[in-house]
Design a protein around this ligand. Structure first.
Ligand code: MN
Length: 210
């Protein structure tokens, strides 16, 4: 099997009360598992089985739609679990490169948070909000539809996602119903800034935290 569902790095109830256990159980065990299985079915017997998911997504326009939808779903959810933690929340420490980069590119953490929350709230229908690094190592916020992301050659925004928020209704409806802004606010209580700054440093060869 080419791609494997990554282990969830915490228990289903670990992010409560911000994200409830039942949502996590279904989201990970049904939705993410489903994208992973369908991605594997879509690429079975092809050369894509031996490729990194990032490289598949970079040329996704040349592959069937099932690879775009399920490859995106596989990658996006793998990132999503990794950038949350029961010990997360607050602001990145001033020792982290991501702290300096956010102040440099957004003016302040609050300005970044407002822009990200707005991108998440105004994405019509299903999709994701992202914090990304562009090819000049500058941070930017964007949103994408469905299971697209900024690694894909079919997406206008071009960058490496380092933080993402799933705003599909399956991500929040059991606990928040139609109150997407409440879910977005709650998300900021579980953001794992250690993981985000690591992704930022990995996207910037040569960068490292103080
Ligand atoms: Mn989802």
């Amino acid at each position: 099997m080419a791609f494997q569902l990554p282990e969830l790095p915490y228990a289903f109830d670990a992010l409560e009360p911000h994200i409830d256990a039942r949502t996590m159980e279904i989201h990970y065990g049904k939705h993410h598992a489903g994208y992973t299985n369908k991605l594997n079915a879509a690429i079975e017997g092809s050369d894509l089985e031996k490729m990194k998911i990032e490289d598949i997504l970079a040329n996704v326009s040349t592959h069937p739609t099932g690879v775009r939808n399920n490859g995106g779903g596989f990658y996006n959810h793998s990132l999503f679990w990794s950038i949350m933690s029961p010990d997360g929340g607050g602001e990145p420490s001033s020792r982290m490169n991501i702290h300096k980069a956010i102040e440099r590119d957004f003016g302040s953490f609050e300005s970044f948070k407002d822009e990200f929350a707005k991108a998440a709230a105004t994405r019509f229908g299903s999709g994701w909000a992202w914090l990304c690094v562009d090819s000049n190592d500058k941070l930017f916020v964007c949103s994408t539809a469905n299971q697209d992301n900024p690694l894909m050659d079919v997406v206008d925004a071009d960058g490496t996602p380092i933080l993402g928020l799933d705003v599909w209704e399956h991500a929040y409806y059991l606990n928040y119903q139609n109150r997407r802004p409440d879910y977005i606010n709650a998300f900021f209580n579980v953001v794992n800034w250690d993981a985000v700054t690591k992704r930022y440093n990995d996207a910037n060869p040569g960068a490292s935290d103080l």
